[in-house]
Design a protein. Structure first.
Length: 205
């Protein structure tokens, strides 16, 4: 989600947002004094922002994500399930074109964790959660393996995109289908690297 520009919410915005957030937050009630909210506009949900809400009264810090529809003053929880995101696409008008398709694919893989773990979009060697900093030789050898998301084909109903994905400790080049209704599926994948020294969060431990 590095393409999104986050700004820190002021006290006025926090006081406005927290009652809405607490109304739908089942596990945690946030307080104005101990909460930080980072906000970023989502280009494919017009008038909506992604909220990253952090409770500094807990250790480790509790972090939750929500989508805020500014026009309707409504909050939607994100729980990393595909069906939740599809419901969100039914509740909020989804705007997909050549300028927003890649942003949505980044958002999708950041927001959805599948049955077997999470896929990480990799557009730079620094997007990979390395155990140690990669050597200059490794950086050079990988320079041609990772690339920005690109649209390779489109119809009136969907887009096909080329995406570099990290799954567990393997890097893939994947062809991904994105429908105009926001459904994402992997059509094919070719292994680029295996047994990579990455953090446990990528391995799914």
């Amino acid at each position: 989600m590095d393409t999104l520009i986050f700004v820190k919410a002021g006290t006025k915005d926090i006081k406005k947002l927290l009652p809405l957030i607490n109304d739908i937050s089942q596990s945690k009630k946030f307080s104005v004094e101990k909460t930080t909210i980072m906000m970023a506009f989502l280009p494919f949900y017009q008038g909506c922002q992604l909220l990253e809400v952090m409770d500094h009264d807990s250790f480790p810090i509790i972090k939750r994500r929500f989508v805020y529809n500014r026009e309707e003053n409504e909050i939607y929880s994100v729980d990393y399930k595909d069906e939740t995101l599809q419901k969100l696409n039914n509740d909020i008008p989804l705007f997909l074109d050549e300028s927003t398709a890649a942003d949505y694919v980044r958002f999708y893989f950041d927001m959805v964790i599948g049955d077997y773990g999470r896929f990480y979009v990799v557009e730079s060697i620094d997007d990979i959660p390395w155990l140690e900093d990669p050597t200059p030789q490794l950086r050079k050898s990988m320079a041609s393996l990772v690339q920005d998301i690109s649209i390779t084909a489109q119809t009136k109903n969907d887009y096909t995109l080329k995406v570099s994905l990290l799954f567990k400790n393997s890097l893939f080049e994947a062809m991904v289908k994105l429908t105009k209704t926001g459904e994402v599926s992997i059509l094919s994948q070719d292994i680029l690297l295996q047994d990579m020294p990455v953090h446990d969060q990528a391995l799914g431990h």
